[in-house]
Ligand binder design. Sequence first.
Ligand code: GRF
Length: 193
Amino acid sequence: MLASGTGTILEALLEAGLPVTVVLVDRRCRAEEVAAAAGLAVEVVERTDFGAGFDRERYSGEVVAALAPHRLDVLAMAGFGTVLGEAFHGAYPGRVLNTHPSRLPAFKGWHAVEEALAAGVAETGCTVHVATLEVDEGPILAQEVVPVLAGDDAARLHERIKAVERRLYPATVRAFCEGLGASDEHGERRARA
Ligand code: GRF
């Protein structure tokens, strides 16, 4: 798993019994603590540059190098705060999943919840999709609607969306992994992983 935040979605994957082996973070965050407490391997590939000169490809290469020894089949992002480039997506084509707090293609990007509120929509939601080089694009695997309620601010609305993500993401990741195991010539190895 790749995470940068509070790690509640990581907790949901663990509670669902999914075989998470390593958690990679791009900054010190609660997700790292959750992973360590669960006895998982933790890789910290700290991003130090948030400016215009950020070398995205080089950073992506560092992420790939950190993950390589873990021999991963599927990667699940949850609130990972760095957009990764070709070096990363090329290493795991079609094997990176993401959960996003809107009903894509509406409200792509980091401020999806705030933008849904600002747009005054009656409902938003969440999306699980295959992550590709283009941010918040890629084949959609599952979506669910979450109503916007009177008096919602971004924190309240996001928390209700995350409650749905904590159910939808583990179920969708599991189905995706089972699909790989059934259709892949390495299914035996994947089933054991
Ligand atoms: C989720 O809403 C995810 O969709 C978004 O970041 C949040 C991660 O939550 N991109 P947490 O850090 O797992 O609590």
